[in-house]
Structure formats: C-alpha cells, structure tokens
Design a protein around this ligand. Structure first.
Ligand code: ASP
Length: 436
C-alpha cells in the first residue's frame, strides 16, 4: 500500500502544527510521499506566507526595498525550525531568494518559495528526500501541465526515493521560469504525485473533517459527507463548494485513485472519501447542496421558434462572439432563456442584445439580474422517486418562487434558480428536508 499525503497551509503554519503532521505521517508507514503547502494562517487575522511573498514581489517590482518584508517572512520559518528543535538553516536560501527578487522580480517565483522553503524544512524533519517541484513538474506553452514530461520525470525521481517531500503549487514553465498553479494549487501537485507514483490513496489533510453537505456559513454545523463520487464533487465544486482545488480531481480520477479528505487537528475522524464509484449505503438521497448568486437571464421570444432550424445556434453565436460562456439554457416552444454569470455579462449586455437581434432576429429580448442558482446533487436521486417533489414542496413552504429548473438526464443533480434574496433560506429549507 502506498499513500501520498498533502498538507494544507493551516496544517503547517507553526511548529506545533508541524508536530501534528509528523505524528500523522509516522503513524502509517504507507505515507511515503509528502506534498506540503506554504505556512498558512495561525489565527484568523494572520497572513499566509504566500501572500507575504506576493507582497514582497510587488514591492520589489515597484523598486521598494524588500529587506524588512523578507525578514518578516524568514521569522515565520525560523520559528518553525526552532520550535521543532532542528539543526537546520534557510539563511542561504533567503539570501538567494532576496537577490533574485531584487534583480528579476517575478510573481510566480516569489509565490512558489513558500512551498519550496516549507518543503525543505519538512524533508529535514522527516529525514526524507527533498525533490524540487521545478525539476519534476512541467508546464507547456499554454500554461497547462505537460503530462508526458511531468509523469516520466516524476516517476523516475520517485522510484529512486523510499520517502520524499515534493513541495506543492509550482513547477517549471516552458520558458525556463518557475510557474505556479492557481491559488490553492498544492492540491493539484498532490494529485499529480499520487498518479505518478500509482498510489493507492491520495490523502488531503486540511483543517476540516471532510467535505460538508453544504456551506457552514449558511447552515449551522452541516453533516460531513462520507462518500462522494468525482462527478458529484465536480458538480458541487463548480457551484462554489470548496475544500479541494477544482483541478485536483483530474489526475487521480484518470486512474481511479480515491482521495481522502482528512483533518490534521482531528486525525481520528474518517473524513470524506472521494471515489470513482461506490456501493456504500447512503444516509440520504442527496449528497450535497451548493450554489452561487449573481447570475443574469436573457429571455428571448420569437413566434414559431420551434420550427426554425438553427435558431439556437444563432443565439449562442451571439454569446460566443462576445466571449461569454453560458451556464444553462432552459427553453419553451417559442422562448429560450440563457443563464450567464453577471460579472461576465454586465459590461457587454448591450453588445450581446444587439448581436442576438442581428443574428437571430427574435421578437423580443429581455434581460434580468439577481438570479441565484442552487445545485442539489446526489447519485442517489437516480433510483429514488419524489426527490423533485420534495424539493419543490420545501421551497413552496418557505414561500420561495422558483424562477428556473434544470435537471440533466444524468439525474445527478437538479439545478434551481431563485432570487438572490431567497438564496440562504432556500438552502436551509433543502437541507432540512433532505438531511435533518
Ligand atoms: N500556498 C498557495 C496558496 O496559498 C498554494 C496552496 O496552499 O495550495 O494559494
């Protein structure tokens, strides 16, 4: 059995947290490859080291002296090193980083040093080999992962090490400069390392005991999800639920490696299993509820729309020409509605409306803002009847008007549109009906 373990920033923010992580790793000899984030927040108002580094980059780029900023960052690492009682120093690394930032400030390089330095401490603490991610993770010209080169190199390097630490979040760009994934990208590195090493499990350690059924800012103390499929997770993440970086699913999904989300501060909790498929009995018909506010609807009418071949294509072309992706497209006989993100649409609204008129010659186009979308997701819906009925009854009881309904034939989710102002109440009502 082989496990890849990734630890998030809050799990590595202080020497105390490092000690918890050390215990977790040592408790299971299968935990052979470790992917650390940069030190995160130690308390609510604290600053993540990645943000401190990005700030130092801004200063350097604007010709402001960075000596004090770099000192403050070094203090964060030195506190960890001293707290762990390690005979280890990052002095030389800090000299090099500061010199590079002064001579040639680059934001990705700056941001990546948080993981790089934490990885070095971790390798020393565990007595494991340090593998610089810039030597094993490669991006292509478009800025995406260069799969072929990455997996070949990474496999070779990992095969040489019994245990290793590979810092998260960055790799080498096509231009020979360090390049990062988007924020939170250490999750992606963990997933890539899991795939490269053909791990049995990818454990992702964070500060919550798994993926929650819904947003704890809306529902008090929501239940954690025990098992969720990659597809369900993708639906929920897309609609705003976050624990894991969206792109972290793809590498492991490709080869069926399960992800286990765990809590560094409560290691005995089983957390959430993210799997390809499962027969585990579900406690509830639905797996999760997520949503986002601030969508716009574009409502188009045209008599005999149903008989006009190519009408839909022309309407969608208007969005394509304006470089706007659409979210949903419910339609009637002579009507069609396009749902889009407000922030992508607002500045281009008149241009879109005139494009629709020019391309599709409709009778009318009406636009409206303030729509919230809620996704009710669950593999269990496929074999259960009455889910939609229960859902609509729950909302009706709260006096919430449903403005849109969309259920794909996969029966994995039902998307409903409500007014922004009803968003929280709707989620609470759905939770109460299906969970408790
Ligand atoms: N340290 C990076 C961030 O703060 C990446 C990560 O933690 O995954 O976004």
């Amino acid at each position: 059995m082989k496990k890849v373990v990734k630890f998030g920033g809050s799990s590595l923010a202080s020497a105390e947290q490092f000690e918890k992580v050390g215990k977790i790793i040592k408790a299971d000899p299968d935990r052979v490859y470790v992917v650390p984030s940069a030190p995160g927040k130690r308390f609510d108002d604290d600053t993540k080291v990645t943000d401190m580094l990005l700030h130092a980059y801004e200063s350097a780029n604007n010709g402001v002296d960075i000596a004090d900023e770099m000192k403050a960052i070094k203090v964060r690492y030195d506190e960890i090193i001293t707290g762990l009682g390690l005979d280890f120093s990052l002095d030389e690394d800090f000299k090099e980083i500061e010199a590079t930032l002064r001579e040639n400030p680059q934001s990705d390089f700056a941001a990546s040093r948080g993981e790089f330095l934490n990885g070095k401490i971790m390798a020393c603490y565990l007595g494991a080999t340090f593998i610089d991610a810039a030597e094993v993770i490669y991006f292509n010209e478009e800025g995406n992962l260069n799969d072929y080169k990455t997996y070949r190199k990474l496999r070779e390097r990992l095969a040489e090490c019994e245990t290793a630490v590979i810092p998260g979040f960055y790799g080498m760009g096509k231009d020979g400069n360090v390049k990062t994934f988007s924020r939170g990208g250490s999750d992606v590195t963990g997933s890539i390392v899991a795939r490269a090493s053909k791990a049995d499990v990818y454990e992702n350690w964070t500060d919550v005991s798994g993926f929650l059924v819904t947003d704890p800012r809306i529902v008090d103390n929501p239940e954690p999800i025990k098992y969720i499929t990659y597809r369900e997770l993708r639906e929920l993440s897309y609609m705003g639920a976050s624990v894991l970086h969206e792109d972290a699913i793809f590498p492991v999904r490709h080869c069926g490696i399960p992800i286990n989300i765990r809590n560094t501060n409560a290691p005995e909790d089983p957390g959430t299993w993210i799997v390809e498929s499962t027969c585990q009995k579900q406690d509830h018909v639905i797996t999760g509820i997520a949503g986002k506010k601030d969508f716009c609807t574009i409502f188009i009418t045209k008599a005999m729309m149903n008989a006009e071949i190519g009408f839909g294509r022309k309407v969608l072309q208007a969005f394509e020409e304006n470089n706007i992706s659409f979210e949903h497209m419910p339609s009637g006989i002579d009507t069609m509605t396009i749902v889009v993100h407000a922030d992508e649409f607002i500045d281009k609204e008149q241009s879109v409306v005139s494009s629709i008129h020019r391309l599709a010659e409709p009778d009318s186009v009406e636009i409206e803002a303030g729509l919230a979308l809620i996704a009710v997701v669950g593999r269990g819906m496929k074999s259960a009847s009455g889910t939609a009925g229960k859902l609509f009854t729950a909302l009706a009881k709260e006096g919430i008007n449903i403005k849109m309904i969309d259920q794909g034939s996969s029966e994995l989710n039902i998307i409903i549109g409500v007014q922004n102002k009803d968003f929280d109440t709707a989620i609470r009502a759905i939770y109460k009906t299906f969970i408790k």
